[in-house]
Ligand binder design. Structure first.
Ligand code: CTP
Length: 443
């Protein structure tokens, strides 16, 4: 019996795929089809497949051409599969000519002519792109513009800023100092204006029927934040919190591991985020720049109903509400958490989740997590985990947003309750509720 093996993503299965599978099958007696997992596709830079792994498997199965289907999850797996399953022929389309010649060592490699005029990319492109407008000036705007280019089905078309930028990022984008004009020309906005303007900008966008991805905090009080989520729901729109960390695979996994009891009962979470950058300082204080991300693991793990909370703050400029350093202590019935954020002080940006049996350690900068360790008393039991993170998570965040808009379903990476709790903490800080001031920072 001649066994043939082939691999692909098979997103939005089209006749190019079917013809490939038919010809692959005809090369032998038994056809094995490897379908790339969503995670593996992410590491190959193929993001925003329209269909999930299960949907893609179901579609390939329905062709009736595959005798066996497997999931491709890691680099080098093809060699493993070929040896393990005893495949005689490896085949793929001619777009890969030469690329898989190294497999000749294990079986025969055949490149089949690719069907002209069709590809998943084209099928996806037939859908109209989601036009995104950017609101505000924050330094990471350029990153967002660049990252959006990796995502199928979205395009950044314009930018609104109260004052025109001295150096526009790209000629293809239109710039306006009129927010209404931007809103007219887009389907959605990404808001990265000053935190005190988020509420106003988000409210206006939602009121005229535009979806919103907003940097955290979405508003400066929990109540206002809730109001915006209500408005989004009433209008059938997506409102999403843009905390990049939430979209990192490693971060998601470590949280699940902690929840799954791997380190026993969790007693404490300690998160530190600092950066010494003056340009950011001028518009965003340390609390708004860092506390949303730093509070994320605390709220996602312990929930938002803490028993007590206290701020320790060293102000850089009290009048302008600019904090050089803030430490927030949360007390829960089952544990404690400490969040340290600073733009006027420097510390190791690590995350530690302490449990009764061991701890999870995420080295700096933990908010761009691609690696973590689970450590125990006996170092032999320690385990290390790595999950590729491209573009600091921004491109996955854009994928999640565009999928949410398309499906009309919130993807819930950062839940409404957590968004509201974050805005609530920022509001309390602004009102100095439960805040102890520590020595003024040296100028
Ligand atoms: N294929 C083909 N003819 C096409 C499209 C794909 O023969 N018109 C083959 C590819 O060469 C590969 C398999 O089908 O062997 C799976 O391809 P995949 O990458 O999943 O599909 P594409 O349509 O090429 O996807 P994309 O546009 O995202 O690159």
């Amino acid at each position: 019996m001649i066994k043939v093996i082939t691999y692909g993503t098979f997103d939005m299965l089209h006749y190019g795929h079917i013809r490939l599978l038919e010809r692959a099958k005809a090369l032998g007696d038994y056809l094995i089809v490897g379908i790339t997992s969503d995670d593996y596709d992410k590491t190959r830079g193929k993001i925003n497949n329209h269909q999930s792994l299960m949907e893609r498997i179901t579609a390939v199965k329905a062709t009736g051409l595959a005798d066996e289907i497997l999931v491709e999850e890691y680099e080098g797996q093809k060699i493993d599969d070929i040896r393990r399953l005893g495949a005689d022929i490896f085949t793929v389309g001619s777009d890969w000519v030469g690329y898989f010649d190294y497999l000749n060592e294990y079986c025969k490699v055949i490149y089949l002519p690719r069907t002209e005029g069709i590809s998943s990319t084209e099928v996806r492109a037939e859908k109209r792109k989601l036009r995104i407008g950017l609101v505000g000036t924050a330094a990471f705007r350029t990153k967002f513009i660049n990252e959006a280019k990796y995502v199928n089905g979205v395009e950044v078309v314009g930018i609104y800023e109260a004052r025109q930028p001295s150096e526009p990022e790209e000629d293809s984008l239109f710039y306006t100092d009129n927010y209404d004009e931007l809103l007219e020309k887009v389907d959605a906005v990404y808001i990265l204006s000053k935190p005190e303007l988020h509420y106003e900008h988000t409210k206006k966008a939602l009121s005229v029927g535009k979806h919103v991805l907003c940097e955290s905090p979405i508003a400066c009080t929990g109540k206002q934040c809730g109001e915006l989520y209500d408005l989004a729901r009433q209008r059938g729109l997506i409102l999403m919190d843009a905390i990049k960390t939430a979209y990192s695979t490693a971060y998601e996994r470590l949280l699940l591991m902690a929840k799954g009891g791997k380190i026993g009962r969790v007693v404490s979470i300690d998160a530190v985020c600092t950066s010494l950058r003056d340009s950011v300082m001028s518009e965003w204080n340390s609390m708004c720049s860092w506390a949303p991300a730093a509070m994320l693991p605390v709220f996602q793990f312990f929930g938002v109903n803490y028993r007590d909370r206290i701020f320790f703050t060293m102000f850089q400029d009290r009048q302008k509400n600019i904090d050089a350093y803030t430490k927030i202590d949360f007390v829960y019935d089952t544990g404690v958490a400490s969040v340290k954020v600073a733009q006027g002080a420097k510390a190791e940006g690590e995350l530690i989740i302490t449990g009764t049996k061991g701890y999870i350690y995420v080295p700096a900068p933990w908010w761009k997590t691609d690696y973590f360790e689970v450590r125990f008393e006996n170092p032999e039991d320690n385990k290390r985990f790595f999950y590729q993170l491209d573009g600091e998570g921004i491109r996955y965040e854009i994928v999640a947003f565009s999928k949410a808009v398309e499906s009309g379903k919130d993807m819930n990476y950062v839940s409404r309750g957590i968004s509201e709790a974050i805005a609530g903490v920022i509001g309390d800080f602004n009102e100095r509720k439960g805040l102890i001031e520590i020595g003024a920072a040296a100028k």
